[in-house]
Design a protein around this ligand. Structure first.
Ligand SMILES: C[C@H](CCC(=O)NCCS(=O)(=O)O)[C@H]1CC[C@H]2[C@@H]3[C@H](O)C[C@@H]4C[C@H](O)CC[C@]4(C)[C@H]3C[C@H](O)[C@]12C
Length: 329
């Protein structure tokens, strides 16, 4: 399970949790403007917007899980098992393999408005990057600082939904996720009033009772509600550290602890990493399951006019800052 989030304070932040039982070997990858993207439909793109995000690099090619571009547009792919449906190539369409969708869109669009236009021409195809890679069944969250959309390629075609919540998880399809929010409209950060019965003297015996009923389990439907409620009520100042911190706190509500979600005998899904990219400034912050320190890579520290991808390893080692440790040497 994964959760993706678009969050605006002074700047615009975009990121995700990556929940799975094993890693595909991801790194923080900056693709500069002149990295030559050769798409499977024959299109070549030797000049495009620069990208930063998490990717598995295969033969020098960045297979992005999520990324933002230098214009502040973000896009993340999340599992959509049993619903994602990619077809064969269609004449008269921009045929884009699912693994190419992030570079195709982030390479040439600066806003969601432009993405909507591009999507009208796109047919998402089921070509694999290589026979040794599975085709991932995904749906996508795409956002700029003004608006967010969800894109789902299903049997009936390609659907683009306005996403006023700025959250995406996994199944069920997005319209159902939105509909189920109706069940939770009574939740509030304020303490509840007794509407149960005037004949009973009911009390608010604890703080936080306005959110009683917020689902606490790990299913994607419940994580959607929990992330939506937290995001829509979370308050942050305009300061960078505060905004980034608040982003990680929101994501903390949907984080998965190892051992709580068994996917097969002895294998457990857990939050491998959490990312929060300041899309306005091109800074990619992340934590991992094993390393709670927030680390960051700034795309503008690199030569964005280069041709080769720049790769930073994911730092996995936990650093604990002792406040009273005696220096031994
Ligand atoms: C497993 C990841 C999704 C995590 C997720 O949504 N978990 C929820 C599980 S569930 O619904 O609740 O079952 C997805 C997200 C992005 C995917 C990767 C990207 O699409 C890039 C390439 C694409 C290639 O086709 C396969 C390898 C790959 C490197 C993908 C591996 C894997 O499918 C990733 C890493």
């Amino acid at each position: 399970m994964c959760t993706a989030l678009a969050y605006k304070t002074k700047d615009f932040y975009f990121g995700r949790t990556l929940d799975y039982e094993s890693s595909y070997g991801e790194e923080i990858v900056i693709t500069p403007r002149q990295y030559p993207f050769a798409f499977r439909n024959g299109a070549k793109c030797n000049e495009h917007y620069a990208l930063i995000g998490m990717a598995h690099v295969a033969g020098g090619y960045p297979l992005y899980y999520e990324a933002v571009n230098e214009k502040g547009l973000g896009m993340a792919g999340l599992n959509f098992v049993g619903n994602a449906c990619y077809g064969k190539e269609k004449e008269g369409k921009d045929n884009i393999a699912s693994f190419e969708l992030i570079p195709w869109i982030l390479g040439q669009c600066s806003t969601v408005k432009e993405v909507r236009e591009l999507l009208e021409k796109i047919n998402v195809t089921n070509l694999a990057f290589h026979e040794s890679f599975p085709v991932s069944p995904l749906h996508w969250l795409i956002a700029d600082e003004k608006e967010t959309i969800t894109v789902e390629a299903v049997e009936e075609g390609l659907f683009v939904y306005d996403n006023p919540v700025g959250v995406l998880t996994n199944n069920p399809p997005f319209p159902q996720q939105m509909f189920q929010l109706n069940n939770y409209m009574h939740l509030s950060p304020k303490q509840p009033k007794n509407l149960f019965s005037e004949r009973l003297k009911l009390q608010t015996y604890s703080r936080g009772m306005g959110a009683l009923g917020l689902p606490g389990d790990l299913s994607s439907a419940s994580r959607f509600v929990r992330a939506a409620f937290t995001k829509l009520n979370a308050i942050a100042t305009q300061k960078e550290e505060d905004s980034v911190g608040q982003f990680f706190h929101i994501m903390g509500t949907v984080e998965q602890s190892k051992g709580c979600c068994e996917v097969k005998e002895g294998a457990y899904e857990y939050t491998i990493y959490t990312s929060c990219c300041n899309a306005s400034k091109g800074i990619y912050y992340y934590t991992t399951y094993f390393n709670h320190q927030i680390n960051a890579v700034d795309m503008h520290e690199e030569d964005l006019d280069g041709k080769k991808v720049v790769v930073y390893p994911v730092l996995q080692e936990e650093t604990i800052h002792y406040q009273n440790k005696t220096q031994k040497d």
